[in-house]
Design a protein around this ligand. Structure first.
Ligand SMILES: Cc1ncc(C[n+]2csc(CCOP(=O)(O)OP(=O)(O)O)c2C)c(N)n1
Ligand SMILES: [Mg+2]
Length: 541
């Protein structure tokens, strides 16, 4: 057993390294200096950012990409409150993350200490665990409990604050081994009943979500789909679990499920607004979850096996029970035909050469330049909705969207995380011009830490996803305009990166080529048609 001796910071970081943590995202404050001292001594990479939201989104992005807890360290009071949106975002997505907060010293508590705030009650509703390590002896166990809470299905953020006089005090801990926590094995009878439903169904479908990737069930998903011959749709980090060009992967025909499917098996994602709240018309719905707490309560489900997702999907793949087996091939053929037709119909928009530029043209040009393992991050409204449609994923863990919490401002944090976690892959950050305002200053972090990211900004001079709906409701819009053609590329240049503005479709491809070969953070500021609205069928509420 390894023993860590030093101060509270050494103990906290020693414990987290056992969970695989190799980097810390942070913004400085005296309350957390011992955590930095510990990182320096242990050669843990410190990525210091320009706003705590970026530190927390970077930690969340790390959790999403690496499937072990990401770490953010924020100072007491305002450092923690600036981190709340990112923590809430991780909570709603179920991203493994540990946030360590500074805290005013116990010796001055209640006397009006600098940045004195009891963070725990604020964070409890948006964390799996929120606690204060109130003594040097408590630091090790509290941080271990946080790591376990974050990494145990259903995953999520955990928060520990350490009073200043505790984190500076001498402390030690015996490090206990960490086995990657797995959920319980699912009930085999329930899995068999789902397998029978799938076998009996004539027009079944699987929808795979974020937890399929986070729970290590990617291969099991493929086996289940291939053995049972079921089409697979995806959302969140479920994208790419089956490569977009796999014969059973579908993306354009989800609308057919509500009209035609007789069984929809939703795996590892909530039946929330992104899935029409689980309304698939006449189809029976099965909800496969990593933990009983995740079972949908607003939909009558035919079954809802809970537990290790790989175990459940392997159980489906290996089912050899008796009973009728419907032939799914006619259904698969019809879906494929519609999918191909929808994709063919898009080609014209994607390859259009006219001006003003519309978002599909941007993605047409981008798609031709993306490697199969490119990591694509989206932060914005309509501009990013188009990306959700037109950017295909071929490997798991290559698509980062903000998830169901829908928080703008994730962009730079996620991009920093992706560049650190995948040093050899393309990393592309798609930004709305509105979204960019939340985090663009962290291009400075990309520059200082030599993290080249290709940023593609859809500049429609406004908050498009709000402007168009408001106009539909009221016939006018307010608070929805931004400066037309603002030079966000110049901002990136001023911070030490590079970039350019693109006003004509003919210039898109060459600009993207320059961005990919630049070797520095590069922003392609694409002026797009301000009147274009994403053709949205879902209700965003
Ligand atoms: C933190 C936060 N504030 C506000 C919103 C509401 N919101 C959602 S999309 C959107 C517009 C985004 O504009 P932009 O990034 O420019 O993308 P566009 O729709 O113009 O393509 C807004 C304001 C939000 N989701 N998150
Ligand atoms: Mg915009």
């Amino acid at each position: 057993m390894t023993r860590v001796e030093g101060h509270g910071g050494d103990v906290a970081l020693g414990v987290l390294r056992g969970f695989g943590v190799t980097e810390m995202f942070t913004l400085s404050g005296g309350h957390v200096f011992p955590l930095y001292d510990a990182a320096v001594k242990a050669s843990v990479r410190i990525v210091d950012v320009r706003h705590e939201q970026t530190a927390v989104f970077a930690a969340e992005g790390t959790g999403k990409l690496t499937r072990r807890p990401g770490l953010a360290v924020v100072t007491a009071g305002p450092g923690v409150t600036n981190a709340v949106s990112g923590i809430a975002s991780a909570y709603f997505t179920g991203s493994p993350m540990v946030v360590l907060g500074g805290r005013a010293p116990i010796v001055n508590w209640g006397r009006g200490a600098l940045q004195e705030l009891d963070h725990v009650p604020i964070l409890r509703p948006v964390t799996k665990l929120a606690t204060t390590a109130a003594t040097p002896e408590a630091v090790g166990p509290a941080v271990r409990a946080a790591g376990l809470a974050a990494a145990t299905p259903h995953r999520g953020p955990a928060f520990v604050d350490i009073p200043m006089d505790v984190v500076f005090a001498p402390a030690s801990v015996d490090l206990l081994p960490v086995d990657p926590p797995r959920g319980p094995a699912p009930d085999p009878d329930e899995v068999a009943s789902v397998a029978r439903l799938v076998a009996r169904a004539e027009r079944p479908a699987i929808i795979a979500g974020t937890d399929v990737y986070l729970d290590g069930a990617v291969e099991a998903l493929r086996r289940a789909a291939e053995e049972l011959r079921v089409p697979v749709f995806a959302n969140g980090l479920g994208r790419g679990c089956l490569p977009a060009d796999h014969e059973l992967a579908f993306a354009r025909t989800r609308g057919m499920l509500k009209k035609e499917a007789d069984l929809v098996v939703v795996v590892g994602t909530p039946l929330d607004f992104r899935l029409g709240f689980g309304d698939f018309g006449a189809a029976e719905v099965v909800h496969v979850v990593d933990d009983p707490s995740r079972r949908a309560t607003h939909v009558a489900t035919a079954a809802a096996p809970a537990g290790d997702l790989a175990g459940t999907l392997d159980g489906l793949a290996g089912y050899a029970g008796p009973g009728p087996r419907a032939d799914h091939e006619p259904w698969l053929a019809r879906l494929r035909e519609s999918e191909n037709a929808a994709r063919a119909a898009e080609e014209e928009q994607l390859g259009a050469t006219g001006d003003p530029i519309r978002p599909p043209q941007v993605y047409g040009a981008l798609r031709r330049r993306l490697a199969r393992d490119a990591v694509v991050v989206g932060d914005g409204g309509d501009f990013v909705s188009y990306a959700g449609r037109y950017v295909d994923s071929y490997q798991p863990g290559c698509w980062l969207d903000p998830g169901p919490y829908g928080c703008l401002g994730t962009g730079l944090g996620y991009a920093i995380a992706a560049r650190v976690a995948r040093p050899d892959s393309q990393v592309v950050l798609l930004l709305g011009d509105g979204a960019a305002g939340f985090s663009l200053m962290d291009v400075d972090t990309l520059v200082r830490h030599r993290l080249p990211v290709v940023m593609v900004l859809g500049n429609n001079g406004g908050w498009g996803l709000e402007k168009h709906p408001m106009r539909t409701i009221y016939g006018y819009h307010v608070a929805a305009e931004l400066q037309p053609e603002a030079r966000y590329d110049e901002v990136v240049r001023a911070l030490g990166g590079a970039g350019e503005i693109v006003r004509s479709a003919a210039d898109l491809g060459p600009a993207l080529d320059r961005a990919f070969s630049a070797g520095v953070p590069y922003l392609v500021n694409v002026v797009i048609d301000p009147e274009d609205a994403y053709p949205r069928s879902s209700v965003l509420a």
